[in-house]
Design a protein around this ligand. Structure first.
Ligand code: NAI
Length: 405
């Protein structure tokens, strides 16, 4: 018997996931794409190509999704597993479209989750929350790009292991074991969505390096694009270190308040670099050299746009437009609830919000008009740490009537 699952999204991640999962006999994979004319392009592509081809470093995998829908009810009704494989800004609208049609017992999760995904699901599902289980991946397991829309995608590199979390927390080992089997990769269950949010190093590295490279930019175009990771000098490394230290102070404060809280996955940036890129770092003696001599980062450029006069920074790129409202600000909001000050993170955020033409922090507080477009605790009305920890059940585990398949 086949198990029906749904993938929401039409981009790089969705192509890869759809190709890989629909190659499995035991799954019937439906795709939900309400965006533009993408559903039609997928249908045509799948028909012409007889499915989605996934090019991997070790060979080719061919899968055939059973149907592509623009209608949310047809797309998710009866599915036991629903992946939201989209950039974070699209999570909330998609969840709002599918929430009423999700079958009781389904697992609903994001790949990757980014910060505050659980706050968003809780808000959207409201009284239906107890009918589902939520999961979130720390990151996308692959660097992947569409080759031909609706037809072909390429995995440029795959992570050795990916962390996942789930709510209710009793579901984390169950969901992670099943997804590990389905995706044929190491998936490691971690404690909570709180841990997942604080452990995201992209929130340090992406806005931190953007700030470092461009905070004193005068508006004159550069002759050539700037290197991103290899552009980390001693000053930028100091900013990254201080941002990491501030998140560690938050971890220490939370563990002090809640001795049973497991935040062991929230690692200092240098530990994370060593763990993730052990064999790729030529000189790990300093944080700066760990970036500059990491062969995985060689040649990667800062997001920049070509203009007549040369290259200018692209401040709308995801390093700010995704990592600020859905990552760093979520952490900053939790720090505010915990009474932990974050002066360097605030400096980076204040600069970033100006570049994004948004107002999140005003007078050093999470009270700007654009908080409504974030996933911070403050956006969802939390003003007090114990209320937040209790409502989000970061310390307790409860059972629900989830599918096990
Ligand atoms: P993508 O840029 O390919 O996603 C674009 C897709 O999002 C569109 O094709 C459309 O289906 C959907 N979309 C766009 N605007 C929408 C809207 N307003 N409403 C509904 N849907 C909309 O993104 P990709 O590459 O698949 O990335 C997904 C997530 O994974 C992002 O958070 C990204 O940062 C992360 N990621 C991606 C990596 C990669 O190699 N592609 C690597 C690591 C992380």
């Amino acid at each position: 018997m086949t198990t029906q699952i749904t993938i929401c999204g039409g981009g790089n991640a969705a192509h890869t996931l759809a190709g890989l999962l629909s190659s499995r006999q035991e799954l019937s994979v439906q795709v939900y794409i309400p965006f533009g004319n993408e559903a039609q392009l997928w249908q045509e592509g799948i028909q012409q190509n007889k499915g989605i081809t996934v090019n991997t470093p070790t060979g080719t995998i061919q899968g055939q999704p059973s149907a592509v829908f623009q209608d949310p009810s047809a797309a998710v009704s009866g599915s036991k597993l629903v992946f939201v494989a989209l950039p974070a800004f699209a999570h909330e609208p998609i969840l709002k479209q599918i929430a009423a049609h999700i079958s009781p017992g389904a697992w609903v999760g994001a790949i990757p989750a980014r910060g505050g995904f659980d706050l968003c699901v809780r808000d959207v599902f409201k009284e239906r929350l107890s009918e589902i289980s939520i999961f979130g991946f720390q990151t996308l397991p692959w660097a992947c790009r569409i080759q031909e829309f609706g037809k072909q995608t390429t995995i440029l590199g795959a992570k050795k292991q990916v962390d996942i979390t789930a709510w209710p927390s009793v579901m984390a080992p169950i969901i992670s074991a099943r997804l590990q089997e389905l995706l044929s990769m190491a998936i490691n269950p971690t404690a909570s969505f709180l841990s997942l949010a604080l452990a995201d190093t992209g929130q340090i590295i992406h806005p931190g390096i953007m700030y470092g490279l461009f905070h004193d930019w005068t508006g004159h175009p550069y002759d050539k694009p700037r290197l991103f990771y290899q552009g980390v000098d001693a000053n930028i490394a100091a900013v990254l270190q201080q941002m990491s230290d501030e998140i560690q102070s938050l971890r220490t404060a939370l563990e002090g308040y809640y001795p049973n809280l497991d935040l062991s996955a929230v690692r200092p940036i240098s530990d994370w670099l060593k763990l993730s890129y052990q064999t790729n770092i030529v000189d790990s003696s300093t944080l700066q050299s760990s970036f500059a001599t990491n062969t995985s980062y060689t040649g990667l450029l800062a997001p920049m746009q070509k203009t007549n006069g040369g290259y200018i920074p692209d401040f709308q790129a995801r390093y700010l437009s995704e990592d600020v409202p859905y990552n760093l600000l979520v952490t900053r909001g939790i720090a505010e609830l915990a009474g932990v000050s974050t002066p360097v993170i605030d400096k980076v955020l204040s600069w970033a919000q100006n570049q994004l033409a948004k107002e999140y922090l005003t007078s050093g507080k999470m009270q700007g008009a654009d908080l409504q477009y974030t996933r911070t605790p403050q956006r969802y009305g939390f003003t007090n740490l114990s209320q937040f920890m209790k409502k989000m059940q970061y310390l307790a585990s409860t059972k629900n009537n989830a599918y096990v398949f």
